[in-house]
Design a protein around this ligand. Structure first.
Ligand code: AHM
Length: 334
């Protein structure tokens, strides 16, 4: 049987009363923008899109040309449909309101337009991550930054698109996690896995081992026990993978299980961690929980974290439920 399209799935979700027309339009628009980003990334050196943009983002990180291009594609696509009140991007200091020329909607969109962008120039998978919130009922005329500061459990949708050998969209609206593959000839996302489930246990971990000496004691003990393999307390060997693009690492874990971690380390403690709560950790945590996995800061369920700043950073542990719970036990025992 021919797989159904993203639009058909969104219609199903509307008929089931799980999303409204505005959220359905929002997801369609984001997916369409991501197709344009897929085309831009796919051109590589031929599109003149590789290399540095010559600017820094709000995090003080050098932007790649494709960071800037992807950000503009998402902003432009989402400006005029009437489905949004404002957007916030990892690449911009402040939220971007919808221009006065267009009608405003009741949703807030947050995105990391091109995650893992240090991998672009070496032709390794990168991705877009997005998170959708509802605008709080009590609000003024202009959207305030505080309106975005809702815990991850308030997300009404989240997703990512991985630009790899194939382009895949992974989406949740809070009723399971679904995977779509882009049919490049037709230009449609087709549903290739409904209600994906992450295996509960795993023998594979993902972490940047070069930071080992900077980690806190519980993380040192946890990874030490994984590395000890059959001879250690875990009594089995563990494999390691680290792409360095969160989207690609999480996608592998969604597909075959594993634990992804970007823990606190001495270099990032003062910032709260490396990865961003609102653009990376929360949407991935929602997707992973909806696929039967777990996501934590090591000390708290990720989706319960009360945000205090738009660009807040957090330590991240997510993936196979049993393994995330094990990592959390090491941190709680501290
Ligand atoms: P970015 O937003 O600058 O691309 O940084 C986020 C990336 C994640 O995709 C990835 O998991 C991590 O940073 C890689 O960090 P490291 O370079 O320390 O391995």
């Amino acid at each position: 049987m021919k797989p159904i399209t993203l639009i058909q799935l969104l219609i199903e979700e509307r008929r089931a009363g799980r999303i409204n027309a505005e959220l359905s339009l929002l997801i369609e628009v984001v997916a369409r923008a991501c197709k344009r980003i897929a085309v831009a990334t796919g051109k590589g050196a031929l599109g003149g899109v590789l290399g540095e943009a010559g600017t820094d983002n709000v995090q003080g990180e050098a932007q790649k040309k494709l960071d800037v291009i992807s950000n503009e594609i998402l902003l432009e696509a989402n400006a005029w449909g009437g489905h949004l009140a404002a957007c916030a991007s990892e690449e911009m200091e402040d939220p971007q309101p919808i221009p006065d020329a267009y009608p405003k909607g009741g949703h807030l969109l947050l995105f990391d337009p091109l995650d893992g962008s240090s991998n672009i120039d070496v032709n390794i998978s990168v991705g877009t991550i997005f998170s959708v919130l509802q605008r709080p009922a009590e609000h003024g005329e202009n959207v305030a930054t505080e309106e975005f500061l809702q815990p991850g459990s308030c997300q009404v949708a989240a997703g990512y698109v991985v630009y790899g050998p194939s382009t895949e969209l992974v989406l949740t609206v809070g009723h399971g996690t679904h995977v779509f593959t882009l049919d490049r000839e037709v230009g449609s996302f087709l549903l290739t896995e409904r209600d994906v489930r992450i295996p509960e246990s795993t023998s594979e971990f993902a972490v940047n081992m070069s930071n080992q000496r900077h980690w806190e004691a519980p993380m040192q003990r946890y990874i030490g026990d994984l590395l000890a393999g059959k001879d250690g307390p875990r009594e089995r060997d563990f494999n390691m993978r680290w792409v360095g693009s969160m989207v690609a690492d999480v996608h592998r874990i969604l597909t075959r299980g594993g634990i992804f971690s970007y823990p606190l380390d001495a270099k990032t403690t003062s910032k709260g961690g490396k990865l961003r709560l609102m653009y990376e950790a929360n949407p991935m945590a929602f997707i992973v929980e909806q696929a039967g996995g777990a996501a934590s800061t090591g000390r708290q369920r990720m989706l319960d974290v009360a945000p205090t700043a738009l660009h807040q950073r957090v330590p991240v542990f997510l993936g196979s439920k049993d393994e995330v719970e094990t990592a959390v036990r090491y941190h709680q025992a501290d």
